[in-house]
Design a protein around this ligand. Structure first.
Ligand code: EPU
Length: 424
């Protein structure tokens, strides 16, 4: 969906002060999907009020759940008792790739799910074969139609199985872990993703009756149980927001303090930034970005967690336009996640695309304000950062793609001294 709203950014402002990291989008979306496993009310704290979580709440509501939202308290309460079937149809499903997360829990609960093909942004339209192969291995049947598919069971329960992921997949791991919680017998998931959001989801489910072992490692074992209850879940801080704000402070050559974060969740990001020469003070739950010498260019390859996060590749690529030297950025996870560099080049950067997975960045280069269009969430926030360091004025179009994952980003960055105007 294209948004009518735009950002107008005046570049060159120095930032100062504190910015609080919000709850992680990619944790909140999964806990929302898991609510289907139970009939009981769940209270979700530190909830990020962003477009993607709103779409997921709308989907749950359409299924029959009752939702109460309190933005000031950063709290959402979901009562899933009214969900009576697995009908995932319509525009909402086509707009949100994360809707695929609901299939497993709905299948485990109702034995049948009818779904339109899930979609999303430029990079959101990716395969779902690994999910469907997993459901089939656990005993489900699949029927295809022009617009979607039906997954169903010819027996009362899914059966525990050993499933080896051919590729490491984050939502695939989470989806099958949630599906297996109510299956008959033991499921072993191998070659799993290891993101902190997966461990956090497993810890919550275990607290409420599940029997999951090994989340956060490559092998997860799930013993099926009859029932899952619910309680309070606190969304963990968003490690991608954290990394984005560090890179923003460095790119703007400013001193800022990032609070309410878990530096340990950043994996390879901090060691790489150290090699760049970044002047960072790392606390237990804060990171202070300090002024320092000009950064050195360092090449990176994106990698599954705890490697260098693909979601932080776009802001890092921008940062390398401000560093001294030449770096190779190798995007190994998603094709299409480097195409935004074309737009950075219109601002004056010197980025050469070798192939859809690799660019070479030469720096430092000055950037000049331009009009850009946000193709996806992480490229979109990177364009905001580019506008903040550019000479003159930058306009960013299609900012729905930024609002999908960053709550009140203009307000929060303006409170640090940025100059971002939202044009409605
Ligand atoms: N893949 C398949 N078949 C599948 C599933 C995935 O081929 O059935 C491929 C994908 O096309 C991709 C690779 O496997 O090439 C890995 O994708 P993965 O499934 O891990 O991605 P995801 O789970 O759909 C999550 C995050 C992404 C993040 C990636 C990688 C959520 C809701 N999304 O996506 O977040 O980039 O993991 O870390 O958790 C974002 O927040 O901007 C975002 C895109």
């Amino acid at each position: 969906m294209k948004s009518e709203q735009k950002f107008k950014i005046k570049g060159g402002q120095e930032l100062k002060g504190e910015i609080r990291v919000n709850g992680a989008k990619n944790s909140a979306l999964k806990i929302l999907a898991s609510t289907v496993l139970t009939d009981q009310e769940i209270i979700i704290k530190n909830f990020p009020f962003i477009e993607d979580t709103q779409r997921m709440l709308e989907l749950l509501e359409k299924l029959g759940a009752k939702i109460k939202q309190n933005k000031e308290k950063k709290e959402v309460i979901v009562s899933p008792g009214g969900i009576k079937n697995g009908r995932l149809k319509g525009e909402l499903v086509e707009r949100l790739r994360a809707s695929i997360l609901l299939v497993g829990p709905l299948l485990a609960k109702f034995g049948e799910v009818n779904m339109t093909y899930p979609g999303g942004c430029l990079i959101g339209k990716r395969p779902i074969d690994i999910f469907l192969d997993g459901f089939k291995k656990m005993g489900a049947k699949i029927e295809w139609s022009d617009k979607g598919f039906k997954v169903f069971l010819n027996k009362s329960k899914l059966t525990g199985e050993t499933i080896f992921f051919p590729k490491i997949t984050v939502t695939g791991t989470e989806a099958l872990m949630m599906t297996a919680v109510l299956a008959e017998g033991k499921t072993v998931l191998k070659n799993c993703a290891m993101e902190p959001e997966i461990k956090s989801l497993a810890d919550y489910l275990n607290k409420n009756g599940a029997d999951i072992n090994g989340a956060g490692t490559p092998t997860i074992t799930i013993k099926g149980v009859d029932k899952i209850s619910a309680g309070t879940f606190e969304v963990i801080p968003d490690r991608i927001e954290t990394g984005t704000f560090i890179m923003m402070g460095l790119a703007c050559k400013s001193e800022i303090t990032i609070t309410n974060c878990i530096p340990d969740h950043l994996g390879a990001i901090l060691p790489v930034l150290k090699k760049n020469g970044a002047n960072l003070e790392i606390g237990k739950d804060f990171i202070r970005v300090k002024k320092g010498k000009m950064l050195r260019a360092v090449s990176v390859s994106t990698h599954e967690y705890p490697g260098f996060a693909t979601d932080l590749q776009p802001p890092y690529t921008l940062l390398m336009t401000q560093a001294n030297g030449v770096s190779l950025i190798h995007e190994t996870i998603f094709e299409g996640r480097l195409f935004f560099t074309d737009q950075l080049n219109t601002m004056g950067s010197a980025i050469v695309m070798c192939d859809p997975h690799r660019v070479v960045v030469s720096g430092p280069t000055g950037l000049y304000g331009k009009t850009l269009t946000s193709p996806d969430l992480r490229a979109g926030i990177t364009m905001v950062l580019a506008g903040m360091i550019a000479f003159g004025e930058t306009t960013i179009e299609n900012i729905y793609q930024i609002d999908r994952g960053y709550e009140d980003i203009d307000g929060r960055l303006n409170s640090l001294g940025a100059s971002i105007e939202r044009i409605k």
